[in-house]
Design a binder for this molecule. Structure first.
Ligand code: ADP
Length: 350
C-alpha cells in the first residue's frame, strides 16, 4: 500500500471518531488534513488555506496561543501538549492534544486532536458560580450574628449571667467555625477556577508563622510553640500562605486534646524552606494518608469533629502553585506532622 493509500485508510478511522483532528504545516500553517467531524464544524472549504484563517475568528496571522514553538525541542519533536481552549469562532470549549509528527513528504507538521468539552466547562462554571454565590451571600448575615453574639456575651457577663455568657460564647465559636467553612468553600471555587493570581512578595516565612501563632495565642488557650532555626526567606503570596498555616495549626488544635501542645517548626535547607506543624492528637490511619489532600476527604478517625474536608485540599493547591510540596506523617493515637516545603529564596538572590 502506498503512503497516500495508507493515509486514506487511517483517515477513515479518524472520520468515524467523534472528535476534531487536523494537521497543519508548522512553518506555513497550511492545513493538510481535516477529518469529517472538523469539516462539519468549520466547513469543507479548507484546502490550501491556513489553519488560523479557517479555525479561528478574524485571524489574519498565526494565533498568539499557537503551540508550534513548544512542540519542538532542539530540532526534534517533543512530547504532546495538552491544553483546554475556547474556540474563537464557534465559542465551544475543546480539550486539545497537539503533537509534532513527521508528514508523508518528510516535513514536520502539527497534528491536533480536539475533544469537545463544552458541557463539562458549563457545568464547572455553574458549580463555581453557585458555590461562590452561596458562600458570599451567607457571609453577611453571619457577620451580623457574630457581632450580636459578641455584644450579648459582654452584656450577659456584665450583668452576672455567667451561664448566658457561656451560651453566647458557644454561638460565637460556632459562627466563627461556620465563617471558616464558608471561607474554605469560597477559596476552593477561586483556586479551582484559576482566579488565583499570586501576589508574590519577598518575606521571611518565620515572621509569617510568628504572626499566625500570636493570633492563635490571643484567641485560644492552646499552647503553640514556634521553633525557627533562623530567617527563612521565601518569594511567595503571604496572604495565601497565611491561610495554609492557619489551616494546619487550626487542624492540629482541633484534632488533639485541648491540653496537648502544638509545635510549628521551620528549618532552612540547601534549596528549600520546610515548615512542619506537629501535634500529639488523634492521628490518621495509614491507609487514609494518601487521600487526605483530596477534595472533601475526611479521615474516619475524626468524623465526630465537624469539618468540610477542604482546608488541606486548598492548602495543597496553594503550596503546589508556589512550586512546593505538602505531606503528612501520622500515627493513630500518637499524633500527626503536617509539613510543606517551598523553594528557598536567599535575600541576595532576588
Ligand atoms: P476539615 O478539617 O475541615 O475536615 P481539612 O481538609 O483541613 O478539612 O482536613 C481533612 C481531614 O484531614 C480532616 O477532616 C481530618 O480527618 C484530617 N486531619 C487534618 N489534620 C489533622 C490532624 N492534625 N490530626 C488528625 N487528622 C487531621
Amino acid at each position: 500500500m502506498s503512503v497516500p493509500e495508507q493515509f486514506s485508510a487511517v483517515s477513515k478511522i479518524f472520520d468515524v471518531a467523534d472528535m476534531v483532528l487536523y494537521v497543519a504545516d508548522m512553518e506555513t500553517h497550511e492545513l493538510l488534513f481535516m477529518n469529517q467531524h472538523a469539516e462539519q464544524v468549520w466547513g469543507a472549504d479548507w484546502h490550501g488555506k491556513r489553519c488560523f484563517a479557517v479555525l479561528q475568528a478574524q485571524q489574519s496571522a498565526p494565533c498568539s496561543f499557537c503551540t508550534n514553538d513548544r512542540l519542538m525541542h532542539g530540532g526534534r519533536a517533543g512530547p504532546a501538549i495538552v491544553w483546554e481552549f475556547q474556540n474563537t469562532l464557534n465559542k465551544r470549549w475543546y480539550l486539545c492534544i497537539d503533537k509534532a509528527i513527521p508528514w508523508a513528504d518528510g516535513r514536520t507538521v502539527r497534528m491536533e486532536v480536539a475533544i469537545d468539552i463544552t458541557e463539562r466547562k458549563e457545568h464547572e462554571a455553574f458549580r463555581e458560580q453557585y458555590l461562590g454565590l452561596i458562600s458570599h451571600d451567607l457571609r453577611s448575615p453571619l457577620s451580623t450574628v457574630t457581632v450580636a453574639a459578641s455584644m450579648l456575651k459582654v452584656l450577659l457577663a456584665n450583668c452576672g449571667h455567667a451561664d448566658g455568657a457561656r451560651h453566647a460564647e458557644m454561638i460565637l465559636r460556632n459562627t466563627h467555625r461556620m465563617a471558616d467553612m464558608l471561607d474554605d468553600l469560597l477559596e476552593t471555587t477561586q483556586l479551582e477556577s484559576g482566579q488565583m493570581a499570586l501576589r508574590v512578595s519577598r518575606f521571611n516565612l518565620d515572621d509569617l508563622a510568628g504572626s499566625v501563632v500570636t493570633q492563635f495565642a490571643n484567641t485560644t488557650s492552646r499552647a503553640i510553640e514556634l521553633h525557627a532555626d533562623g530567617p527563612a526567606p521565601v518569594l511567595a503570596d503571604a496572604g495565601r500562605l497565611e491561610r495554609v498555616l492557619e489551616n494546619l495549626v487550626d487542624n492540629a488544635a482541633r484534632y488533639s486534646q485541648p491540653d496537648m501542645p502544638v509545635a510549628v517548626r521551620i528549618a532552612t535547607h540547601a534549596s528549600e524552606v520546610v515548615l512542619t506543624v506537629v501535634d500529639r492528637g488523634i492521628g490518621i490511619p495509614p491507609e487514609e494518608l494518601p487521600k487526605l489532600f483530596q477534595r472533601f476527604y475526611r479521615a474516619t478517625s475524626t468524623r465526630a469533629i465537624r469539618g468540610l474536608g477542604l482546608g488541606l485540599y486548598n492548602s495543597r493547591l496553594i503550596v503546589e502553585s508556589h512550586g512546593g510540596r505538602i505531606w503528612v506523617d501520622s500515627l493513630v493515637g500518637s499524633g500527626s506532622t503536617f509539613g510543606f516545603a517551598l523553594p528557598l529564596r536567599p535575600t541576595n538572590a532576588l
